[in-house]
Design a protein around this ligand. Structure first.
Ligand code: NAD
Ligand code: 0WE
Length: 266
């Protein structure tokens, strides 16, 4: 590998020849987009998926900007769309090396009303999209990773702590983090690693409309040891570590990219 060159801290082409599936780009603020841009700079071939036609309009121009021609639909609630995605990847690429899972959803009302008022349907929706989808993706990926691979997902401290208003999403993230451990145990023998990044709060589409998000960001920056908020680029750098050979001995982990917030106390 060459030494560090302009635009890259790691040397060009760390992901040259690597094929990466990315689920969860909604717009240019998405955490998954920052990861995609970093992967692309390192020479990866990326497939981007979009949830629906409204988001396809946002994702296609982003894909074009990095010369990505593999843009496919995938609503993770649909087994049929998941099957079609992996069938299409198998015919286009044959195998894949890495997967970025950056998907979450709960009914907006469930992030506002008291947690004890969460409905069965709201609970199922949040767990289905935000946790089961990782299992559904990893299960299908196994066949396309004959020599192994690396899978990452995105989580939040609300999995461990009762954070105001995060509610059913916290339960879903707890299930997601546990799924990371069970998937790592299951797929380890196939040399497939599975890890999670627990990011501090970042103003993305998924954070828009969350009451008092601005105040949350300000309080976070004040308390965090690094005295600032987390940026998408911070997460992308840790993502490249998990997706690359730099983390060859690491699986089933949850790593905090939170400027140190979670280690503090008073
Ligand atoms: P985002 O809105 O850009 O990304 C969320 C993505 O989930 C979107 O692309 C959306 O299309 C996708 N999605 C929702 N339902 C889907 C479905 N049924 N099928 C397929 N895709 C679906 O916001 P983000 O902040 O980049 O979120 C990405 C991940 O990061 C999420 O898992 C989120 O929980 C996690 N996270 C976010 C923060 C934050 O503060 N922004 C902090 C920690 C973790
Ligand atoms: O995981 C998330 C956001 C997840 C999310 C956001 C929305 C908003 C729009 C899931 N579903 C929806 N549904 C919608 O209709 N984060 C980590 C960001 C976030 O969300 C919060 C936070 C933080 C941080 C909600 C309450 C409190 C803190």
């Amino acid at each position: 590998m060459s030494t560090s060159t302009e635009g890259s801290m790691y040397g060009n082409g760390m992901f040259a020849g690597k094929k990466v599936l990315v689920l969860g780009v909604a717009n240019n603020k998405s955490i998954a987009w920052a990861i995609t841009e970093s992967l692309s700079k390192e020479g990866a071939t990326v497939c981007l998926t979009y949830l629906n036609e409204a988001l396809e309009k946002r994702v296609r121009p982003l894909a074009e900007s990095i010369g990505c021609t593999d843009v496919l639909p995938c609503d993770v609630q649909s087994d049929e769309e998941l099957d079609n995605l992996f069938a299409e990847l198998e015919s286009r690429w044959g195998t894949i090396d890495c997967i970025v899972h950056s998907v979450a959803f709960a009914d907006r009302e469930d992030l506002q009303r008291p947690f004890s008022e969460t409905s069965r349907a709201g609970f199922q929706l949040a767990l289905d999209i935000s946790a089961y989808s990782l299992v559904a993706v990893a299960g299908r990926a196994k066949k396309l990773m004959p020599e192994g691979g690396s899978i990452i997902t995105m989580t939040y401290l609300g999995a461990l702590r009762a954070i105001e208003n995060y509610n059913v999403m916290g339960v879903a993230k707890a299930a997601l983090e546990s799924s990371v451990r069970y998937l790592a145990a299951d797929l380890g023998a196939s040399n497939i690693r599975v890890n999670a990044i627990s990011a501090g709060p970042i103003k993305t589409l998924a954070a828009s409309g969350i009451p008092q998000f601005k105040q949350l960001l300000a309080a976070f920056a004040e308390k965090a040891p690094l005295k600032r908020n987390v940026e998408q680029g911070d997460v992308a750098k840790t993502a490249l570590y998990f997706l690359s050979d730099l983390s060859s001995g690491v699986t089933g982990e949850v790593t905090y990219v939170d400027c140190g917030y979670s280690i503090t106390g008073t």
